[in-house]
Unconditional design. Structure first.
Length: 498
């Protein structure tokens, strides 16, 4: 009737004459049977069609009509004959003409009428008040349910127009509604008194996200489905989770594998931001990575970050990345991590590191290698890091509050001369181990190379803060502790002091 030609398939129900369809059943009539000013004879058809069949056909054809709307939501199948008589009478009264006697009535339904059975005692327990069997019979009879009592049970036949009543709970609602909801007593539910708790990993994830925002990073969210070519590169990471996990029904090849690393999505986001003129990129993503496991997929929590460009006229450098990662780890109370050279093919050899907590590798950090940057079309240096939150959470000590110190601290500096090949992490770890419990903090103050020193020597100045919890320390005590520390460092690392 709307002037459009549509292609139908065998699953769609039609109304047809001996040779051709004349209407889409329950949806719309056809133009070949449309009434025109010259029409003199009418054939009226009134029918009830299956709601699911009408709904599927309407959706596939992209048609939504008043007829399809009514059939989809259910209507009274017993009204077909009555509706046909009413329509014929209205046409004769309003337009003239004569209604022919008789009709063809075909009922394709099979089986007896649907029945439901409820227990009067069960209804009383459900409602929380006593409802007598005669009251139940009276209410249901008044609603047209034709109830029949059989001991404690009442069997009913819902009226054909009550398509919404299809289970015992619906009968309970009808009876209680007529008794009055105000008669139902108000009772508090019985709740378990056991205290709730959060999984430690959930707390860690929340704190990691808050810490990343706190150090000045902007959060991004990317798809967990990635290109298998990108996923192949993530297999080269020193802490790849396991075999890839392909999707059974991917939307496209470029989204056909679950990510094993956050870096592919993060680098795609970095490219978009840099191409749009972002001068000081500092972004992070916290999310899950996936891999095939022993029978079931494995999910792990990670956090990745990327920085690029310049801020306040200073270009991003490895020291900026290291500072961000260390500050982030400190805010979420990670145990001390060791920075080792490496990172695999993803990172530049001169500015790449793996992060280890004991024997476990928990992350990588460094400058993207040229090959990796070219893969994501990144035309300027980008520094990235990715941390495995799950592996580090096991060694994370609980956060404990301490009282504010009552006694003053004493600050002491120490300049150590050592070979250029001695990593700062090794020196820092030795100082923290040998300094004793009176040292609160150890900080790097300066590193000096050049005039006055051989090419293979470096001078590193460390600042230590001493404090006693029960009394004030004297300068002589601190000097003695420093002298003892120098002797221990010289014996262990072979260093000298300026």
């Amino acid at each position: 009737l709307d002037g459009e030609a549509r292609e139908i398939d065998p699953s769609m129900l039609v109304i047809a004459d001996a040779s051709r369809p004349v209407a889409l059943a329950g949806i719309m009539g056809g133009a070949n049977s449309e009434i025109s000013p010259s029409t003199t004879d009418l054939l009226i058809e009134s029918a009830h069609f299956d709601p699911l069949t009408v709904r599927r056909a309407a959706r596939r054809l992209g048609i939504h009509t008043e007829a399809s709307h009514r059939f989809e939501r259910g209507c009274d199948p017993e009204m077909a004959a009555t509706a046909c008589d009413v329509a014929a009478a209205m046409i004769a009264r309003l337009c003239g003409g004569r209604v022919c006697r008789g009709r063809i009535d075909v009922d394709a339904r099979r089986g007896p009428a649907r029945t439901l059975s409820l227990s009067v005692a069960g209804l009383s327990r459900f409602a929380g008040l006593e409802i007598a069997a005669p009251d139940v019979l009276r209410i249901l009879d008044g609603l047209g349910f034709a109830p029949r009592a059989e001991g404690d049970r009442v069997t009913v036949t819902p009226p054909s127009h009550r398509v919404d009543v299809d289970r015992v709970a619906d009968l309970y609602e009808e009876v209680i509604r007529h008794c009055g909801y105000g008669a139902v007593p108000a009772r508090l539910p019985v709740l378990s008194t056991s205290p709730g708790h959060r999984h430690p990993n959930w707390e860690l994830v929340d704190r990691a996200r808050d810490a990343a925002v706190g150090v000045g990073l902007a959060e991004v969210m990317t798809f967990a489905f990635i290109d298998p070519d990108d996923d192949a590169l993530t297999g080269e990471l020193p802490f790849a989770s396991g075999p890839p996990l392909p999707l059974s029904n991917p939307l496209a090849r470029t989204q056909s594998v679950m990510r094993r690393s956050l870096l592919p999505g993060l680098l795609a986001g970095a490219r978009v931001n840099l191409n749009r003129g972002e001068r000081a990129l500092a972004i992070f993503e916290q999310g899950r990575v996936f891999c095939a496991g022993d029978g079931v997929p494995v999910e792990r929590e990670r956090l990745a970050l990327a920085i690029a460009g310049s801020r306040d006229g200073c270009a991003a450098a490895f020291t900026d990345l290291k500072g961000l990662v260390e500050e982030l780890l400190d805010r979420i109370s990670f145990p001390a991590v060791e920075w080792r050279r490496g990172g695999g093919p993803w990172l530049a050899e001169a500015e790449g590191a793996v992060l280890a907590a004991g024997d476990a590798v928990i992350g990588i950090a460094g400058l993207l290698a040229e090959r990796t940057a070219a893969r994501w079309d990144l035309r300027q240096p980008v520094y990235v890091a990715e941390l495995e939150l799950a592996d580090a959470s096991g060694g994370r000590p609980p956060v404990r509050f301490q009282p504010v110190p009552r006694y003053p601290s004493v600050v002491a500096d120490m300049t150590v001369e050592h070979p250029a090949g001695l990593a700062f992490a090794t020196l820092d770890g030795a100082v923290r181990e040998l300094a004793g419990e009176r040292v609160e903090t150890v900080e790097l103050q300066a590193r000096f190379t050049g005039a006055g020193l051989p090419a293979d020597r470096v001078r590193t100045t460390l600042r230590m803060v001493y404090r006693h919890p029960e009394r004030s320390l004297t300068q002589d005590e601190v000097n003695a502790a420093q002298a003892e520390l120098r002797g221990r460092l010289a014996a262990r690392l072979g260093v000298s002091f300026a």
